[in-house]
Every structure is written in structure tokens, then in C-alpha cells.
Ligand binder design. Structure first.
Ligand code: AKG
Length: 343
């Protein structure tokens, strides 16, 4: 305090002289630049200060006008982009009923002229879906799952080239069930083995089926609650996009937060379609491989197995059947945004 007081007092005289000098040097205010308030007090504003202010105002007005024009141009461009997309959507040939549609993603990319980067601030938005790759040689995944992860483990149950597990599975399951065990599923898009056939005893009677489910439970530390055996006899058979039950049924969500699938036979894509934007992500599933996804992926995305477009299908007689064994259950998983970034 004392120091400041001394400092102020010692500077007082030079300051006062400065002020007086400035007053003496000030140009006489020109007529018309004086302003009187209601009490008739004249306030004089130096002409050069008025000129500076006017210049600043003109500059600001120009900037604001430029900004407004920019925004209007951007809005017009976006509207144009939307109108073009709508027109494309209207003219795109519609798939016949029962046919799969192989459309390009519905999400639009916006391209501002001359700018290839839109935002220079670091994005902390969590991934919509993060692909994690597991090591089939390890006993367990060795990391905590996250609700936003899709985990892929190539050669999970057997080496890609080893066709024996696929053949054994089909033989065992068919032999253990009845002739009525294969039921058309999802609007006859493919078949599943009926869980009620012989009260599901076929599951225990197939050592290979049991071994697959046990490996899923051990590797992912899953409390398995339900299983399914899907059969796609050829590349025309497919599975429509859907959420698994835990996304829509509260009772299921209490005990199931994870879906795990092991694939055998022909390589097919499992595809994820974002429930709001329609954006799709395709992940090819090779023989013996496995994919798993958590709660948020199930809620925010639908998944399915797209039909193979006609021109890409294998010739008749070539091996093209695929089996997938699905397990639904509980896997301890993170759900917060920060953990979803972890590698
Ligand atoms: O075959 C697949 O990988 C998909 C299986 C599936 O989505 C299901 O059974 O609900």
C-alpha cells in the first residue's frame, strides 16, 4: 500500500503538466462537431478523432457486410447441395421387393469451395464406432470392451484356410436336429436352426457348437444368455439391418449388452448402418473369424449381412455357404466418452 501511495504522489506533477500541454495543443473544434447536452454543456470532440471513428465504423460495416454475404453464399450452396441430393434420390432406381439395395451412403459430404479443412479446433467427439482388432493367439481379449467398440478377431476359432470346422458344424448340427430344424428367418432372407427343435438339445449334441460358445465366453469374459445358429446357403441369402433385442427391450437390456458372432465358410460382409444418418460401414468376415460389439453400437447402429450383388456372386457349384454362431450376453464394458478413445 505505502509503496503505491508514494509512487502515485511522485508522478502527480508531470502528469498534470502533460494534460495541460495536450489541452493547449488541441485544435479548435470545427463548427458542427460540438455537441450540447440538454443542460447546454458544450462537449468538444477533436475533428481528427471523429475522422478516425468514422473510418473505423466504415471498416466494421464492410467486414459485417462481407460476413453476411459469406453466410448467405454458404447457405445457398448448402441448399443447392440438398436439392441436388433430393433430385438424385428421386431418380435412383428403387430395388424390387425382396431385393437388397446396394445404395451409396445416404450421408452428404459438404464441400466448401477452396477449403479442405473445416475446423481447426481439436475434436473431442467420441467415435461413432471404433474398430478394435483382437489377437486370436491370446487366451482373452486382454482389454476392457467399450460400448462404442466393434472388435474384430481374425482366425479366432480356426485358421482362415481350415475348412474342417465349417463342415463339422453343419454335419453335427444337422445330425443332432430333426428334418424340420431349419426355419426361414427375417422374411425368408436366410435360415436359422430352430432353438425349440428337440428343445434345443441339438446344441448340446454338437461338440463343435459347444466349443465355439465356450471359446466366446472365455475370450470375451462373457456371461452368455442366448445363442443362435444362422445359415446363409448362398450369396443371395442375407440378413436385413436390425438392432438386437437389448436395444429395444428393457428386460433383455438388463442381462445383455454385447453381441458376438463367429463366422464359418464363405467370406461375407457384416455391415453397420447408422440409425439416424444411414451411413454404412462394411467389415468382411473370413472363415473362423469373430466380431463383437457393445451396447452403444447396438443402439446407435443397425447391423446385417448384405446380399452379394449379382455380378459378384460365385459360379454355381462353388462353395459359398456361410454359418454364423451368435452369442448374446453380458460383458463388462466402459460407456464414457474418454475411455472410448483408448487404444
Ligand atoms: O450372421 C451374422 O453375422 C449376423 C447375425 C445377426 O445379426 C443375428 O443373428 O441377429
Amino acid at each position: 500500500m505505502t509503496h503505491n501511495a508514494t509512487h502515485d504522489a511522485s508522478n502527480a506533477q508531470p502528469l498534470r503538466e502533460n494534460v495541460n500541454r495536450r489541452r493547449r495543443n488541441r485544435k479548435k473544434p470545427s463548427h458542427g462537431k460540438d455537441h450540447a447536452d440538454r443542460a447546454n454543456v458544450v462537449v468538444s470532440v477533436p475533428a481528427d478523432a471523429v475522422a478516425d471513428d468514422a473510418h473505423d465504423l466504415r471498416e466494421n460495416l464492410k467486414k459485417t457486410t462481407d460476413l453476411r454475404d459469406d453466410l448467405l453464399r454458404q447457405r445457398a450452396e448448402k441448399e443447392h447441395e440438398r436439392a441436388r441430393a433430393r433430385a438424385q434420390e428421386r431418380t435412383r432406381p428403387q430395388p424390387k421387393s425382396g431385393e437388397a439395395s446396394h445404395q451409396t451412403p445416404r450421408a452428404k459430404t459438404q464441400n466448401k469451395k477452396g477449403r479442405n479443412t473445416q475446423d481447426f479446433s481439436p475434436s473431442l467427439a467420441p467415435p461413432g464406432l471404433k474398430l478394435v482388432v483382437g489377437d486370436a493367439a491370446a487366451k482373452t481379449l486382454g482389454r476392457k470392451m467399450h460400448g462404442r467398440h466393434v472388435t474384430y478377431v481374425p482366425n479366432f476359432f480356426c485358421a482362415e484356410a481350415d475348412e474342417s470346422a465349417h463342415a463339422t458344424l453343419l454335419e453335427e448340427v444337422s445330425a443332432a436336429g430333426s428334418s424340420e430344424m431349419w426355419i426361414p428367418w427375417h422374411e425368408k432372407s436366410h435360415f436359422i436352426a430352430n432353438d425349440r427343435d428337440r428343445h434345443g438339445k441339438w446344441k448340446q449334441d454338437s461338440p463343435m457348437f459347444t466349443a465355439v460358445v465356450e471359446k466366446i465366453a472365455a475370450y470375451f469374459q462373457m456371461d452368455v444368455k442366448a445363442t443362435r445358429f444362422n445359415l446363409y446357403r448362398d450369396e443371395e441369402e442375407w440378413k436385413p439391418y436390425h438392432h438386437d433385442a437389448a436395444a429395444v427391450k428393457k428386460d433383455k437390456a438388463r442381462t445383455q449388452n454385447c453381441t458376438i458372432a463367429v463366422s464359418f465358410g464363405a467370406t461375407r460382409d457384416v455391415a453397420f448402418e447408422h440409425a439416424k444418418t444411414g451411413t454404412t460401414v462394411f467389415l468382411p468376415q473370413t472363415n473362423g473369424s469373430c466380431y463383437a460389439f457393445g451396447h452403444d453400437v447396438n443402439v446407435e447402429w443397425r447391423h446385417g449381412v448384405p446380399q452379394v450383388p449379382e455380378g459378384l456372386r460365385r459360379a454355381e457349384g462353388e462353395k459359398c455357404a456361410r454359418v454364423s454362431i451368435i452369442a448374446w450376453g453380458w460383458v463388462d464394458q466402459d460407456r464414457d466418452d474418454v475411455s472410448s478413445f483408448a487404444n
